[in-house]
Design a protein around this ligand. Structure first.
Ligand code: SF4
Length: 625
């Protein structure tokens, strides 16, 4: 017996394929525990490398509004749970997905209470239309499991009550569901228009974006946002501070403007807001040692506001009021990471982790207000630090979904950052992130155009899908298995059909050989291992009916789109690159010889320096073993 036969496989999770259960042992992730309450904290989780933080034992059930109480009756014995003596309110009692019965009582302050958010409905045991739709779209979950995950705070359904009136198709973000991807777009002061952005939205949807963020900072922001909401089937997120400071100095940002802007966007139907409330004054001192300071737009703007006013972050001080506005329309939080690292050297530093602690506190407060929460994460992180980052968030934010921006695992490949970041995103997805914010080849360089959006979406669909297969999400490998069968049968037509981007696959194949053959141009007839294999081995898939093609045929001529794909394969010449980079200062309205003005010109350098030098109390984090 060869030595390899003695190898012992690790404990296994589920098999991600429903059609080829015998071909591999299954996922090496943990076996999922989809269960209500803290028991579900390891659902679709990677095995922990020694030293990783343990998941929190708390859930959103531990952060109910004042006057709410709950208990679980595992043996289902409390058949008669009495009314609240003061209010006369009857308790809400319902069967959870594990068969236990949960009771929820509200005191007299809540008489006449009407749930608005998906979290509130879930807490009362109500399965909503959007929850049913999520279960339809993710058949490995039942509607009751979706409700229980939402109630635990581990899943959100970003669905503004006003966006649901248009074309929104509800989806979920959370560990029990498949990994999602977000695509960013939006007009900038130098480029793009509303029509172009709506066009990009439809394009991003075509290439698999699960949500879209409108990050417009120029053009007609209001009109652009309304058009995107009207036309989207996916949830729309915004960073409202951008529109709060258009047309005014950052210094003049006040509570009235903040709350009015949020209310306006909530009424328009925005499904989630990124709000950088976790950047506190006491964190700014930790930025001093960084190579690149604060790279989040929202984070840097708020840091400047705090320095200039010598006051705390207004998003933090207004947190409860902000929650009230968002609760009214069921806008979910994407609590921003304003201190995320902007380079490998700044990753997992004191500034980032201190902010993450505050994000945990804000999560608890938002849950008490009935608002759904996800948390934003880094950024630029060396590959070895990604698991720790994901698992620390799981601990501090009690399992609230993590929505990460990349992360990029190296800094020296501008122009290819969709690749550097999708490597990090795959690891993040496996170790705990629920949504991956795409990065396009234009990252750090310019505003993404249509093809950049496509490249970013595809890179991130690869990352999300790879993570889902690795986590053993049931059925996630089915299409891979089908494509493998088609590949084994050398059935090119089926191969293309099952490809995520059939046009590109077909164009690349037909560039060299536009007839069906039992080999392709990569190795040629004599060296085609698949063809030779078919001749010598009886293997299951390649010989199945429906995969074998009967005889060689000429494929259809290349479509204009396929021709374009082939035409654009060559590298741009330096002249062409310079032509594309023709944006001048004129485009941003700068006069000859002058610097373009911007809200950030009103920052007082001296006061910035003073605050940075001040010795503030340290936020103690145990970052050592
Ligand atoms: S020729 Fe090579 S690449 Fe092409 S199908 Fe055969 S083995 Fe695969």
């Amino acid at each position: 017996m060869s030595q390899s036969a003695n190898y012992v496989l690790p404990p296994l999770g589920l098999n991600p394929s429903t059609t080829a259960a015998g071909t591999t042992p299954g996922s090496f992730a943990r076996k999922p525990t989809i269960a209500p309450g803290p028991e579900g904290r390891y659902t679709f989780a990677s095995p922990d490398t020694p030293g990783m933080p343990e998941p929190s034992m708390k859930t959103a059930w531990d952060f109910l509004p004042d006057g709410w109480a709950t208990f679980v009756d595992a043996a289902d014995q409390a058949t008669c749970v009495s009314r609240d003596p003061e209010s006369g309110l009857r308790p809400y009692s319902f069967k959870q997905s594990d068969g236990s019965t949960r009771h929820v009582t509200l005191d007299k302050r809540w008489k006449g209470f009407q749930p608005v958010t998906q979290l509130e409905y879930a807490r009362l045991g109500i399965i909503t239309g959007p929850m049913k739709r999520v279960a339809e779209r993710e058949p490995h979950l039942t509607p009751a499991q979706v409700r229980d995950e939402v109630a635990a705070g581990r899943m959100i359904i970003p669905a503004n009550i006003n966006h649901l009136k248009y074309q929104l198709d509800p989806m979920a973000i959370g560990r029990a569901s498949k990994t999602k991807i977000n695509a960013n777009m939006g007009a900038s002061p130098v480029s793009s228009s509303t029509d172009e952005e709506v066009d990009k939205l439809k394009w991003a949807e075509k290439w698999g974006a699960d949500t879209v963020m409108d990050l417009s900072t120029g053009g007609n922001l209001d009109e652009c946002r309304a058009a995107i909401i009207r036309n989207s089937t996916v949830p729309i997120g915004t960073v409202p501070i951008y529109s709060m400071i258009i047309g005014r100095k950052l210094y003049d940002l006040d509570a009235e403007t903040i709350l009015a802007t949020l209310k306006h966007q909530a009424q328009q139907g925005v499904d989630y807001f990124t709000i950088h409330a976790g950047v506190l004054r006491e964190h700014l001192q930790f930025v001093k040692k960084r190579l690149i300071g604060i790279v989040s737009r929202g984070g840097s703007l708020l840091a400047k506001w705090m320095i200039d006013h010598d006051a705390e972050n207004p998003m933090y001080t207004l947190w409860d009021d902000i929650c009230d506005v968002m609760r009214g329309y069921d806008v979910s939080f994407s609590i921003g990471d304003g201190l995320r690292p902007g380079g490998l050297a700044d990753a997992t530093d004191r500034a980032q982790l201190a902010e993450l602690c505050t994000l945990g506190e804000l999560t608890e407060r938002a849950w008490r207000k009935g608002v759904q929460v996800m948390i934003e994460g880094p950024g630029h992180v060396p590959f070895d630090q990604i698991e720790y980052n994901m698992k620390l968030q799981r601990t501090l934010c009690h399992g609230a979904p993590f929505y990460v921006l990349g992360p990029l695992v190296t800094d020296i490949f501008p122009g290819y950052d969709h690749i550097t970041s999708c490597i990090g995103a795959t690891s993040a997805g496996f170790h705990g992130a629920s949504m991956l914010c795409y990065v396009t080849p234009k990252e750090h360089l310019g505003l993404p155009k249509k093809d950049d959006v496509k490249q970013g979406c595809i890179a991130y669909k690869i990352a999300a899908h790879a993570a889902d297969v690795a986590l053993g999400i049931p059925g996630s490998r089915d299409r891979d298995d089908e494509l493998t069968k088609a590949r084994a049968a050398l059935n090119w037509e089926k191969h293309f059909e099952l490809s995520f981007d059939p046009d590109t696959a077909r164009a690349y194949h037909d560039e060299d050989l536009d007839v069906d053959t039992d080999f392709c141009a990569m190795c040629g007839h004599d060296w085609c291992s698949v063809r030779i294999s078919k001749e010598i081995v009886e293997f299951a898939s390649g010989k199945e009916d429906g995969y074998q093609w009967k005889k060689a045929k000429v494929t259809a001529a290349l479509t204009p789109e396929q021709q374009q794909i082939l035409a654009s394969r060559g590298n741009l010449s330096p002249e062409e690159i310079h032509k594309l980079a023709s944006k001048t200062k004129k485009a941003v309205g700068a006069k000859e010889g002058e610097k373009a003005s911007c809200h950030s010109d009103y920052v007082d350098d001296d006061s910035a320096k003073r605050l940075q030098e001040r010795s503030l109390p340290l936020v103690e984090l145990n970052t050592t073993n």
